[in-house]
Design a protein around this ligand. Structure first.
Ligand code: PEP
Length: 244
């Protein structure tokens, strides 16, 4: 039975005060159930706050990026071991904002996924196409190229990751892929994972997920949950997505 997960990506948002209100609400309202997980990936400076406020709850927490290096002269970077030191379960790697704004290559994203598993974290590896790539019919080529880089980097640890399909044209735009559009890509990704002996990897959808569209997406056979950006900043909306 594949795990069902809803993970929030707060991106570069929050203050100690607003985080405290949001984390308190999640910790008190979320009732964990076996195989159904809720988590939030917070900005690195707030990992200690997330750990302090969530450790007695059923809500997991994680980091939004990790270095590919273990330690050393990499000013400004955060290692996977540091995130693990703050009790993180998850590390997002290869978010499209990092691929596009920080020039992260498939090889670098693979190395980050490997660094995360080496530190005992679960990488949430993002793949997805631009609008231009979708319109020229290149969606499968793009997501499979990104997936193959991850499988090549993780090898026997491939089954330890979570994959998030996030069409770039749907992130933060209010435009969601239809459940059928998302399912078509998820089924392609599932087939490639199965070839790699990792058919049980949870496949999340991300891109303008809200309480209003979550249930229809989650009804698709290969969609195991969501990576949620904007809507994860509203605790009640995020809880509704989790319950969906
Ligand atoms: C994301 O940043 O991973 C994301 C899916 O954002 P949003 O839900 O705001 O589209």
């Amino acid at each position: 039975m594949r795990e069902k997960l809803v993970i929030g990506n707060w991106k570069m948002n929050g203050t100690r005060e607003s985080n405290a209100r949001r984390l308190e609400r999640l910790a008190s309202e979320w009732r964990g159930a076996s195989g159904r997980l809720l988590g939030v990936c917070v900005p690195a400076p707030y990992l200690a706050q997330a750990q302090a406020m969530l450790s007695q709850s059923a809500v997991a927490w994680g980091v939004q990026d990790v270095s590919e290096h273990e330690s050393g002269a990499y000013t400004g970077d955060v290692s996977a071991a540091m995130a693990a030191d703050f009790g993180c379960t998850y590390a997002i790697v290869g978010h499209s904002e990092r691929r596009q704004l920080h020039g992260e290559s498939d090889a670098l994203v693979g190395a980050k996924a490997r660094a995360a598993t080496a530190a005992g974290l679960t990488p949430i590896a993002c793949v997805g196409e631009t609008l231009d790539e979708r319109e020229r019919g290149a969606t499968n080529d793009v997501v499979l190229r990104e997936m193959d880089a991850l499988i090549g980097a993780l090898r026997s640890d491939t089954a330890k990751m979570v994959v998030a399909y996030e069409p770039i044209w749907a992130i933060g735009t209010g435009r969601t892929a239809s459940p059928e559009e998302a399912q078509a890509v998820h089924s392609t990704l599932r087939a490639r994972l199965a070839q790699a002996g990792a058919a049980e990897v949870p496949l999340l959808y991300g891109g303008s997920v809200k309480a209003a569209n979550a249930a229809a997406l989650f009804a698709m056979p290969d969609i195991d949950g969501a990576l949620v950006g904007g809507a994860s900043l509203d605790a009640d909306e995020f809880l509704r997505i989790g319950r969906a």
